[in-house]
Ligand binder design. Structure first.
Ligand SMILES: Cc1cc2nc3c(=O)[nH]c(=O)nc-3n(C[C@H](O)[C@H](O)[C@H](O)COP(=O)(O)OP(=O)(O)OC[C@H]3O[C@@H](n4cnc5c(N)ncnc54)[C@H](O)[C@@H]3O)c2cc1C
Ligand code: FES
Length: 257
């Protein structure tokens, strides 16, 4: 584990913040994550939200003790980073990016890469309210983007799941990428299957080592270690998972179901 200085900070809202570092590895792909270590606090996984012109970015939402400590870091603080780890999204034409909540984060870097390489794509993003959707300008600039918020403060009022079917029907798609809450991912997989579309999804399990050794993130049905064979799963791999919505291990690694 090495520590690196924070070179910049950006506040998206009171709870969501981006933290910037010099790019520490040459090859970092959208969908991959870093284990972030705060000395004396803990070490936790975070997706890469961007790599651009030698600067890399993670984006964090304060939800508990570690993330609250992470949003409190300042420029010049040193933070431990291990990574990049895990699988990444692959690039496809005529894709729909479907993101919910903090699942929006890895899709931001994916959108940048798709755009840079000349792929055609559309975006559907949802969250509870406008403040919980970071990078709105980037997404809207890079591709046709539909926003959905539960309180109606941005775009359509409702939930992303209500718009997936319509989007698939009205756009000429050949691929779907998705990251976010599992209820949303389940709906994406159902709709993609009905429409005969291929997809890649990214989902989360409690992680510790991040490198496939401890077994904490193993997923039932498939035996997939989400930190190693995931977090981005192809359709074939996702269809082997049997624990949707009910992680079978708790934070100690003990089997719950
Ligand atoms: C591959 C991956 C990428 C992630 N990317 C981001 C990101 O870009 N931005 C972001 O804000 N969050 C991201 N997370 C979630 C982030 O790791 C958790 O929010 C964070 O660990 C919570 O810690 P806490 O102490 O603040 O909260 P806690 O109160 O400990 O936990 C809050 C929630 O986070 C989950 N969580 C806690 N510890 C872990 C852990 N070690 N591994 C996985 N989940 C955990 C818990 O199950 C719980 O649902 C990602 C998680 C994974 C697995
Ligand atoms: S977190 Fe240890 S095997 Fe995945």
């Amino acid at each position: 584990m090495k520590t690196f200085p924070v070179i910049d900070i950006k506040h998206h809202s009171a709870e969501i913040k981006s933290i910037y570092f010099k790019q520490i590895e040459p090859d970092i792909y959208p969908g991959q994550f870093f284990n972030v270590w705060l000395p004396g606090v803990d070490e936790k996984p975070f997706s890469i939200s961007d790599v651009f012109q030698g600067i890399m970015e993670i984006t964090v939402k304060a939800v508990g003790p570690f993330t609250r400590a992470l949003v409190a870091v300042e420029r010049g603080d040193f933070i431990g980073l291990r990574g990049p780890f895990g699988t990444h999204f692959t690039f496809h034409h005529h894709a729909l990016l479907v993101g919910g909540g903090m699942g929006i984060v890895p899709l931001r870097y994916l959108a940048r890469m798709l755009r840079q390489q000349g792929f055609h794509f559309e975006i559907l993003l949802g969250a509870r309210c406008e403040k919980e959707i970071p990078f709105q300008n980037d997404f809207s600039e890079w591709a046709p983007t539909t926003f959905v918020t539960e309180d109606g403060s941005l775009g359509y009022q409702g939930q992303v799941t209500e718009y997936i079917h319509e989007k698939i029907r009205e756009s000429k798609l050949s691929f779907i990428y998705s990251a976010g809450p599992e209820a949303m991912l389940i709906r994406v997989m159902e709709e993609a299957k009905k429409a005969g579309l291929n997809y890649e999804i990214s989902f989360e399990r409690y992680m510790k080592c991040g490198i496939g050794i401890c077994g904490q993130c193993v997923v039932n049905g498939s035996g997939i270690r989400l930190c190693k064979e995931g977090p981005v799963l192809s359709r074939n791999m996702a269809e082997t998972v049997t624990e949707w919505g009910i992680p079978h291990r708790d934070a100690t690694g003990k089997r719950k179901v």
